[in-house]
Design a protein around this ligand. Structure first.
Ligand code: NAD
Length: 260
């Protein structure tokens, strides 16, 4: 009988994480939904996924800025769903400002949530995966793990860190049938980037839709934002046995942004 798999996807109450959860759930994978949303909303999301795809789900609202909470998240998923086969480190936040004006607390929060939480979740998931003899770690980095952009010092530093951490994770676990890879999206249409579009619309007097197009085409030759499900489809492939030879990679889905 095929072993049933369990995936924990951080930040799956919204945007890319939610789309990843939906795509993996369609494949019959049991899902730990996670995010900083009111408990009722999170539980409803998990219950909807369970009912729709006939899988087991839980909801957890661990605050990833606290290393103990990250450890607790992995432990609870293991206890409540019985396994941890797939870890998608997806949760992330953003703040934009020039470096000399960048608030210290925003720097600390972005490094804690976008980088340190990836370390802590990976650290606690690996012993479980090794014992099971199989694992998949997919880190949702960004094009900003590969190139920089003005006003994003903390985000770019954290995402470059995630790309490096993923390489080390891949090397240390290569003999254990555990792969670790990064996906590096360009613009993806999610709540995370709404504030950036609104700020650009305000600055330029453009409508929201025109400001969105302007923001995308400043960086990306392909003039459309990616759809969150497109990220989910690559996560699904990386979690398949067909992708067992892909490890330590940073794979852009960026409309040719980093091809330039
Ligand atoms: P989003 O704002 O829609 O979702 C972020 C998720 O992270 C939410 O579920 C939120 O609850 C969770 N989260 C935030 N802070 C948390 C905390 N302290 N503890 C626990 N959970 C927390 O964002 P998104 O656009 O779906 O982004 C997901 C990932 O993709 C992020 O790592 C982001 O950097 C990356 N990314 C996004 C884009 C884009 O254009 N949207 C591009 C490249 C990379």
């Amino acid at each position: 009988m095929k072993t049933e798999k369990v995936a924990v996807i951080t930040g799956s109450s919204s945007g890319i994480g939610l789309a990843v959860a939906e795509v993996l759930a369609e494949d019959g994978i049991h899902i730990a939904v996670h995010g900083l949303v009111p408990e009722e909303e999170g539980k409803n999301l998990a219950a909807d996924l369970a009912e729709k795809h006939k899988i087991r789900t839980i909801f957890d609202d661990a605050d990833l800025s606290d290393p103990h909470a990250v450890k607790g998240l992995i432990q609870r998923v293991h206890e409540r769903l019985g396994r941890v086969d797939i870890l998608v480190n997806n949760a992330g936040i953003q703040h934009t400002a020039n470096l000399e004006e960048f608030p210290d607390d925003k720097w600390d929060a972005i490094i804690a949530i976008n980088l340190s939480a990836v370390f802590h979740a990976t650290k606690h998931a690996i012993p479980i995966m090794r014992e099971q003899g199989w694992g998949r770690i997919v880190n949702i980095a960004s094009v900003h793990g590969l190139v920089g952009s003005a006003q994003k010092s903390a985000y770019v530093a954290a995402k470059h860190g995630v790309v490096g951490l993923t390489k080390v994770t891949a090397l240390e676990n290569a003999e254990h049938r555990i792969t670790a890879n990064c996906i590096c999206p360009g613009w993806v249409d999610t709540p995370l980037i709404q504030a950036q579009i609104e700020a650009h619309a305000k600055e330029t007097g453009l409508t929201f839709e025109k400001a969105k197009l302007a923001i995308v085409t400043t960086k990306q030759p392909v003039p459309d934002m990616a759809n969150p499900r497109q990220i989910g489809e690559l996560v699904k492939y990386l979690c398949s046995d067909g992708a067992s030879a892909i490890s330590g990679a940073a794979l852009p889905i960026d409309g040719a942004w980093t091809a330039q």
